[in-house]
Design a protein around this ligand. Structure first.
Ligand SMILES: [Mg+2]
Length: 261
């Protein structure tokens, strides 16, 4: 049948609450035979932890390798290129890098690459160490460059704000790996099956952009950062707009089996 690729925050859940109808939607699409893949630019959790959160909030458990993060995309980029990594980010990012068989190091002299994601405990010393490693020749890799992310209290600084601080100190520009960049596109392309691939997201410049790059059907859902479809730049106009993912089973043409409705 095909694959539905979901962004997570603002799509399946908002913060720590499932979007109404998310549980039924995921179960129904799975029953109808769609492969469900999840792709977030949040690098603070591992794939296992991301799958755990989806299950905790919706009851639907994806295979962990189908719950990819911008940390997974960074690892996809690093594999075969580098062996020792100075990681700036949450414990989930370090765990993602180590699970791929790469070594994480603290010493700027030993790093082949510096990978930067969201680090809520960022310090001057960390910025100094990362910038120093980059000036000494380590490759500068960003999980993603999203400047902010939404919280119930408003916008919070995203990985992009930390990447900018380190880049400024190092005088360097990073290779970025999350949506909509090439490493994430390659990773997701390896996970999808079937003739039809549908990307469902709330943010034009990441979610709709990746669908545009890959020729996938782009669906904008209005439960996240985009409040009005008219706010989307013309070049990224989606194929469909839904008020929430609970409209997806209807949109994708499969009627809900009666015993499951
Ligand atoms: Mg989102």
């Amino acid at each position: 049948m095909g694959t539905v690729v979901f962004d997570l925050d603002g799509v399946v859940y908002v913060g720590d609450a499932a979007v109404p109808g998310a549980a039924e939607t995921l179960r129904t699409l799975d029953d109808l035979g769609w492969r469900l893949v999840f792709a977030t630019n949040n690098s603070t959790r591992t794939e296992d932890e991301t799958a755990d959160k989806i299950e905790r909030l919706t009851g639907y458990r994806p295979r962990s390798s189908f719950a990819v993060t911008s940390g997974s995309a960074a690892v996809h980029y690093l594999r075969g290129r580098h062996e020792s990594v100075l990681a700036v980010g949450a414990p989930g990012l370090t765990a993602t890098i180590e699970a791929a068989g790469l070594e994480t190091v603290d010493d700027p002299d030993r790093a082949d690459a510096v990978v930067v994601g969201l680090d809520r405990g960022i310090s001057y010393e960390t910025i100094d160490r990362a910038a120093s490693a980059i000036r000494k020749g380590a490759e500068f890799v960003a999980t993603n460059t999203d400047a902010t992310f939404p919280t119930p209290d408003g916008l919070a600084p995203g990985a992009g704000a930390i990447v900018a601080a380190i880049g400024s100190a190092a005088g360097a520009e990073p290779v970025s790996c999350g949506k909509p960049e090439l490493p994430m596109r390659e990773l997701l392309s390896s996970l999808v099956v079937g003739d039809e691939v549908v990307m469902v997201g709330d943010r034009a410049e990441t979610d709709l952009a990746i669908a545009r790059h890959l020729g996938w059907r782009a669906v904008l859902t209005l439960t996240g950062v985009t409040e009005l479809a008219s706010d989307v730049p013309r070049a990224l106009e989606p194929d469909d707009v839904i008020t929430s993912i609970s409209e997806l089973p209807g949109l994708l043409g499969g009627s809900v089996p009666k015993d499951k409705a």
